[in-house]
Design a protein around this ligand. Sequence first.
Ligand code: MG
Length: 452
Amino acid sequence: MKLFGTNGVRGIANDDMGPELAMRLGKAIGSWLEKGSKVALAKDPRTSGDMLSGAVIAGVLSTGVDVVDVGMVPTPAMQYYVKHRGMDAGIMITASHNPPQFNGIKVVAGDGTELPRSEEEKIERRYFDEGFRRVEWNEVGRLSSGESAELYVGGIISAVDADAIRKRDFTVVLDCANGASTSTSPFLLKKLGCRVISLNAQPDGLFPGHESEPSPENLRTLVEAVKATGADIGIAHDGDADRVVFVDEKGNYLYGDRSLAIMAKYMVESGEAKTVVTPVSSSTAVEDVVKEAGGDVVYTRVGAPIVARKMIELGAMFGGEENGGLIFGRHQFCRDGAMGAAMMLHVMAKSGRSLYELESEIPRYALYKTKVACPNELKEKVLERLSEMYEKKGKVDRTDGLKIYTKDGWVLIRPSGTEPIYRIFAEAKDMEIAESLAEKGRENIEKIVNGF
Ligand code: MG
């Protein structure tokens, strides 16, 4: 049985994500660790955060493991604390970008990076088999509190050229989405000498500003504010601030693969990174700029923890996803929204270019997305049949689902982990070609499904 999804355990608070589950998971996490271990715990400002963290803490303490509550901070701030304060693991209570009624629990290892699937399975086994350690009254763990926000902000400032950034006197509009970044990003940007105009910068689990996915629809006010104030850049985070997206000085919203490509280009050109790790779903624009700069790209399955673990394995110093998740190896091996924000200012300061100018240097591709129904039990067989069909015609990649390279672009066909569908992405130089690639893929899947 599976408990953890791609990014921890998620559900609706006090419905399928209640205090009973949280305490039981706390017991499983504590029992997975050795007696006497120390765990850092943080949460985002969701209304159910106190309830769930209270239950998780009780569960962990019952196994003879101590908990350090590091407060309402971004996920990467908790991860930084785990790594730099010698914790044995970390727990985050968050549902990232999901609507306010959701919440979730996510676990990180002692190195501050998300657990590999094999370790999650160990926790799951204890959760389902009730393989909990229950210690004597005099061995119950202790709860204390720790300071993580200043530690984290200080770490980021030391990882960028703060003086070069300060010299530029940037004006920044920052949208915290009433989320966890309210405790860190405004202070970070101030310390980097920016004039900060902040939106939705009070923590509020009802998300009165907008929902916490940093999509163009949710960031219309940010775009308007950048234009109205003549700011150099607009910056927005998702709810737990492990991601960051940008608006340029002309008010253009940058999709995540654009900022990923800008950053990948800089990291390779500056010699900070040689290999860039990214999932198969990322734009060819990333590969184009990395190769042009003399680096190479390693593709992985979709999922930030997978990218991070691959970077550790290869010793790669930069990686990221097309959704605004950027990972800087010399800072920490996890997505980090505030580090991404500071690094974008760093790139602007070092290059002397504006964000619009940096974006203009990135090749353009059109991405077309569609989906097609496929019963779950047929998914594997359909993929095999499809793979045989395309292998004869050209290059096929089986890293995640099926990625087919044609002379005009590529098509990625991935089974959804939660729904009886295949997701189809196609990228090409123009939208008509991308659409025809995707539609061709959809037709082929339909034919195979109907043939069974
Ligand atoms: Mg997130």
